[in-house]
Design a protein around this ligand. Structure first.
Ligand code: S3P
Ligand code: PEP
Length: 454
């Protein structure tokens, strides 16, 4: 008999008095996935602190175990004993990535150049997302793919006996595709090259160098980056890999503090890698009071504490070129824009359509349900704000198994005139399990209302 599907967990946010205090968001999700993957691949031990213990990352850990790595928690740290480059084992059962695009796509790259079979499965959200963007370059390297129509999960990969190194120009701005090709290149003889016309998050490049891979990056006058990795080299464990706080999680208390009158909040230890700071840049242009304090370096990355105070925001134009550096932050930017004077115009949003949900459609529907004036097109969104939040709220938002839609609209409810309900908060645990307790500790008024509908 099939197990009963778990019941949805609706959550409601009510207008908060003010938010205050200090908070520390969990480790960066992108870096956490890569730390487990490269630790699993490297020879010897990697000790990781600050790892995000969200469901997405734990699924990656389980997949790495299934291919031979030993991974165990040791107090506040995680110890990973890797297999050595080229020595992953064929997994005996399907690898289940749950809701996680990053875990699934990067692992496809990791195993796509191995002469063995690996099957990938995921939840209903992940099973709708396009995998062809990763499978196409893997096919060029000699990988065989058996997939559902449209290159969706479940699918099985079988790499070639010897993979062909390729030169691959990214057809879309995607760090996941870039990373998958570079990881496949680790097991191909010779040099595998990725050309990215627009820079995307660079964690894979930085961490590959940290684990001892031979990798070079050249940037041309137009900003295009050419990244070359030498395959079949040796990777070694990292004794002390520190994962900084996730700026994509920090975005929620950050925007909440900006829009709830009287707020004064410090968010500590946030990753400030320039490929991830588009939201902070945009909010500062909108007039946000965000002071970056205590700037320092941790684990080869710049980090700092964000001191945020409630601010009078004004609408701005957010250029399409900025999208890769804030791609996961548009839903919560739309919420900030709902409280800004005038129009905020966001362009270049095509990639939002293929995230955990069609985020552009989900944001537009959530704004509509809560009385926020907006217009949306194929790849753009214009939000017309109302600083006092008058007339806003009162709606229920369909989250479509998307953690960022859930958290963004709960933030809206903290400042809107009427409460905002999200239909299901379960997916918040994929990236930010502490969200409810952290927001509540700052003064957020969030309630689990699962019992109401029963
Ligand atoms: O490489 C990564 O860790 C990620 C890249 C982005 O996806 P795309 O590469 O599809 O833009 C982002 O949306 C995702 O949350 C994490
Ligand atoms: C898009 C996201 O993640 P993923 O692609 O890993 O599912 C996200 O966390 O917003």
């Amino acid at each position: 008999m099939k197990p009963e599907p778990m019941a949805a967990k609706p959550i409601r946010a009510r207008r908060a008095e003010c938010l205050s205090g200090a908070a520390r968001v969990p480790g960066d999700k992108s870096i956490s996935h890569r730390a487990l993957m490269l630790g699993a691949l490297a020879a010897g031990r990697t000790r990781i602190t600050g790892l995000l213990e969200g469901e997405d990352v734990l699924a990656t850990g389980a997949a790495m175990r299934a291919m031979g790595a030993r991974i165990a928690r040791d107090g506040a740290a995680w110890l990973v004993d890797g297999v050595g480059n080229g020595c992953l084992l064929e997994p005996e059962a399907p690898l289940d990535f749950g809701n996680a695009g990053t875990g699934a796509r990067l692992t496809m790259g990791l195993v796509g150049a191995y002469d063995f079979g690996a099957t990938f499965v995921g939840d209903p959200s992940l099973s709708k997302r396009p995998m062809g963007r990763v499978l196409d370059p893997l096919r060029l390297m000699g990988c065989q793919v058996a997939a559902r129509s449209g290159d969706r999960l479940p699918l099985t990969l079988h790499g070639p006996r010897t993979a062909a190194p390729i030169v691959y120009r990214l057809p879309m701005a995607s760090a996941q595709v870039k990373s998958a090709v570079l990881l496949a290149g680790l097991n191909a003889p010779g040099v595998t090259t990725v050309i990215e016309p627009v820079a995307t998050r660079d964690h894979t490049e930085k961490m590959l160098i940290g684990f001892g891979a031979e990798l070079s990056v050249e940037t041309d006058a137009a900003g295009a980056r050419q990244i070359a990795v030498v395959g079949q080299g040796t990777l070694g464990g990292i004794a002390d890999l520190v994962v900084p706080g996730d700026p994509s999680s920090a975005a929620f208390p950050l925007v909440a503090a900006l829009i709830v009158p009287g707020s004064d909040v410090v968010i500590e230890n946030v990753l400030l890698n320039p490929t991830r700071t588009g939201l902070i840049e945009t909010l500062i242009e909108m007039g946000a009071s965000i002071a970056i304090e205590n700037r320092r370096s941790a684990g080869g990355e710049e980090v700092g504490d964000l001191h945020v105070r409630h601010s009078a925001l004004k609408g701005v134009n957010v250029p399409a070129e900025r999208a890769p550096s804030m791609i996961d932050e548009y839903p919560v930017l739309a919420v900030a824009a709902a409280f800004a004077e005038g129009e905020t115009r966001m362009q270049g949003l095509g990639e939002l359509r293929v995230k955990e949900s069609d985020r552009l459609a989900a944001v537009a529907a959530g704004l509509l349900a809560n009385g926020v004036t907006h217009q949306a097109g194929e790849d753009w969104l214009v939000v017309t704000g109302r600083p006092d939040g008058k007339g806003m709220g009162g709606g229920t938002v369909a989250t479509h198994l998307d953690h960022r839609i859930a958290m963004s609209f709960l933030v809206l409810g903290l400042a809107a005139e009427r409460p905002v309900t999200v239909d299901d908060g379960r997916m918040i645990a994929t990236s930010f399990p502490e969200f409810l307790s952290l927001m509540t500790a700052l003064g957020g008024t969030l309630d689990d209302v699962s019992e109401e509908g029963r």
